[in-house]
Structures are given as structure tokens and as C-alpha cells.
Design a protein around this ligand. Structure first.
Ligand SMILES: Nc1ncnc2c1ncn2[C@@H]1O[C@H](COP(=O)(O)OP(=O)(O)OP(=O)(O)O)[C@@H](O)[C@H]1O
Length: 327
């Protein structure tokens, strides 16, 4: 089962610029979480801080009891091996074929024999649908294939926590749907804790168990997907509906005067209908059921009293028994 990641009071700055402050959340073990936020709000910085590649000034990130911020470097290095990291561009070595790219972490970090490495690499390539492309160079394949190769490489060390930075960037909507399904299928197969950073609304609506959003140097919210998908917090509603009206501006947050002017226009005053919550993706036929589903159900029911009515209704709709399944 995946490992819980506890983030407490995390604050990160570069010089005088605070990227975000006092971020507190828990990634539940084996569940899929998505972190949303407009460009430049520090989503990538957050991922890098979770894995200990960047050092926030305050707070801690606990993984298996190790603080990835201030713990001993030796422990951080060991704990990092529990992670699989999928970078935005796949981060493949251009001069290596896909097989060697995916085998790289095994050759670097383990003493496995080549025959064992071949078995693992082929198994992971099969998981992401790349068998037959072992000999291709990254420059010879499509962006979607590069993403999948990046994902296969993130999987070779059997990670218990997977971090994905914008798995959709540069992909068309159809390829993005395939990646979404692949992420759910992977979760069903390996039950790893997953954190996906994205601004893709389809991924946000259909993939995660939990969702968070960064804005104005704060974590606006983090919780079950239904909480954010039905939220009436203006910035969350604006982001999830992709509207211009609201606190998020083109280059940066809008100033007070622009916002006040918007309040006077019809577009901003017409209330949005409560959003319909799309069903979460199920694993593909033939995949095992996601083990996180039952754990999440118990967790969400335990926080029932704290959920607003709209979120409860959406949770109930999602819990309705599927035909042929016990309630
Ligand atoms: N190493 C660094 N040194 C200085 N500033 C940095 C560094 N890394 C990131 N930043 C700044 O931190 C802020 C957040 O960057 P980040 O890449 O995390 O945003 P993001 O939310 O992932 O954006 P996008 O969605 O556009 O990828 C930006 O203002 C960026 O310029």
C-alpha cells in the first residue's frame, strides 16, 4: 500500500518572493490527489519540496517518519527511493533509446542483473503500452509516448508515492483522456499514493480522490474531490469553470478595482448553477479494483459533519451502489 505524506505548515520563498506559506495537508495512503492552481502559483515548487529537492524555510513533510525538509540527508536520500517522479516533459535522455532510459534508475540505484532489469523494464513498458518501442529514441516518438515513457521510468523502482508534474502538458484532449485512464489503472495495479499537479479541468474532474488548490500564496482548500468540485469559494469556482470573471487575472491576481468593476457587470453577478460532479474514472476492464476506494469511503464518512451540504450530496451520488455490487 502507498505511504501517507503529511505536510505541516510549509512555507517556501525565493529571496523576498514567498511562493506559498503555511501549507498543511495529508495525502492519504494509496489515494490519488490533484493539486490545482493558476500558472506560477508554485505547484512544481510544491512537488519538489515534497520530495526534498527544494528546502522550504518553515514546516515539515513527513514520509515514513522522515522529515523531507530538515531530516538527515542520508534518511532523505533513502526515503526518496520510495518516490517515482514524472516530470512535465518526460525528462528523457535524448541520446538513449526508450529501453535504456527506463532502465536508467535500475542501473543507477540497484545491483540487479541485466536479465532482471530487462524483465522489470518490459513489465513497466507493458503497463504504459509501449512494448515494441524499446529501440526508439525520444526524438522519434510523440509527446504522449514520451509522457508514458517518463511514467514507466518513474515506476521501475516500485514507488509507493508517485508525483506527476502536469501529465497533460502538450497533449491533445484524447491523449489526455488516455493518460487519465492510465493513472487510474496504475493506481489500481500498484496502490501507490499519487499526487498530480495540473491545470487540466478534465483530469481534475475525473481522476482524483482528493483535490487541492494553490492561490495567492496559500492553499485555498484541500479535501475530497466533491468538496472542491461543489465549492462556492470564488477562486475555486472560477478556476473549475474556466471563466474570466473572478479573482484570477491574466498575468497575476486582479486588483481590487478591477474586481469591484466586475461585480457591477452582469457576468459576475449572475450566480453559477451548482456544478454537476462527473463520476470518477473506474479502472479499465480486467484491472483489479482500486484498494483505495474502501479506505477513502471510510475516511470521507468519518468527516461527514465537516462537509457542506453540496459536497455531501455529491459524495452520496458517488457512493450509490453500482449494479451488481453490494451497497
Ligand atoms: N529555483 C527557483 N529560483 C527562483 N524562483 C523560482 C525557482 N523555481 C520556481 N521559482 C518561482 O516560483 C514560482 C512558482 O513556480 P512553479 O514553477 O512552481 O509554478 P507552477 O504553479 O508550477 O506554474 P505552471 O503551472 O506555469 O507550471 C514562480 O514565480 C517561479 O518563477
Amino acid at each position: 500500500m502507498g505511504i501517507e505524506v503529511i505536510v505541516e505548515g510549509l512555507t517556501k520563498s525565493f529571496g523576498k518572493q514567498t511562493v506559498w506559506q503555511d501549507v498543511t495537508l495529508t495525502l492519504p495512503p494509496g489515494e490519488v490527489s490533484v493539486m490545482l492552481g493558476p500558472s506560477g502559483t508554485g505547484k512544481t515548487v510544491f512537488l519538489k519540496s515534497v520530495i526534498g529537492l527544494l528546502k522550504p524555510e518553515r514546516g515539515r513533510v513527513l514520509v515514513n517518519g522522515v522529515d523531507m525538509v530538515n531530516g538527515p540527508e542520508r534518511d532523505i536520500y533513502q526515503t526518496r527511493k520510495l518516490f517515482g517522479l514524472m516530470f512535465q516533459d518526460g525528462a528523457l535522455f535524448g541520446s538513449m533509446n526508450l529501453f535504456d532510459n527506463i532502465a536508467f534508475p535500475l542501473r543507477e540505484h540497484t545491483r540487479k542483473k541485466e536479465s532482471e532489469i530487462r524483465r522489470i523494464v518490459m513489465e513497466r513498458m507493458d503497463m504504459v503500452g509501449l512494448v515494441g518501442s524499446e529501440g526508439k529514441l525520444p526524438g522519434e516518438i510523440s509527446g504522449g509516448m514520451r509522457k508514458r515513457a517518463g511514467l514507466a521510468r518513474a515506476l521501475v523502482l516500485d514507488p509507493q508515492i508517485i508525483l506527476c508534474d502536469e501529465p497533460d502538458s502538450g497533449l491533445d484532449p484524447v491523449r489526455t483522456s488516455y493518460i487519465s485512464q492510465l493513472l487510474i489503472d496504475l493506481n489500481a495495479q500498484i496502490d501507490a499514493t499519487m499526487l498530480i499537479v495540473t491545470h487540466n479541468l478534465d483530469i481534475a474532474a475525473t481522476v482524483p480522490d482528493n483535490m487541492g488548490m494553490l492561490f495567492r500564496r496559500e492553499l485555498v482548500a484541500f479535501g475530497p474531490r466533491e468538496l472542491l468540485l461543489t465549492s462556492d469559494v470564488p477562486v475555486v469556482r472560477q478556476f473549475l469553470s474556466g471563466r474570466r470573471e473572478g479573482p484570477i487575472g491574466m498575468a497575476e491576481e486582479k486588483d481590487e478595482a478591477t474586481l469591484a468593476l466586475e461585480q457591477l457587470t452582469d457576468g459576475a453577478t449572475v450566480p453559477l448553477a451548482p456544478p454537476a460532479v462527473a463520476p470518477q474514472l473506474e479502472p479499465s476492464p480486467g484491472m483489479p479494483p482500486r484498494q483505495a476506494v474502501q479506505r477513502r469511503k471510510a475516511r470521507v464518512l468519518a468527516m461527514w459533519d465537516q462537509l457542506p451540504a453540496a459536497a455531501r450530496t455529491a459524495v452520496q451520488a458517488g457512493l450509490a451502489p453500482v449494479q451488481g455490487e453490494p451497497a
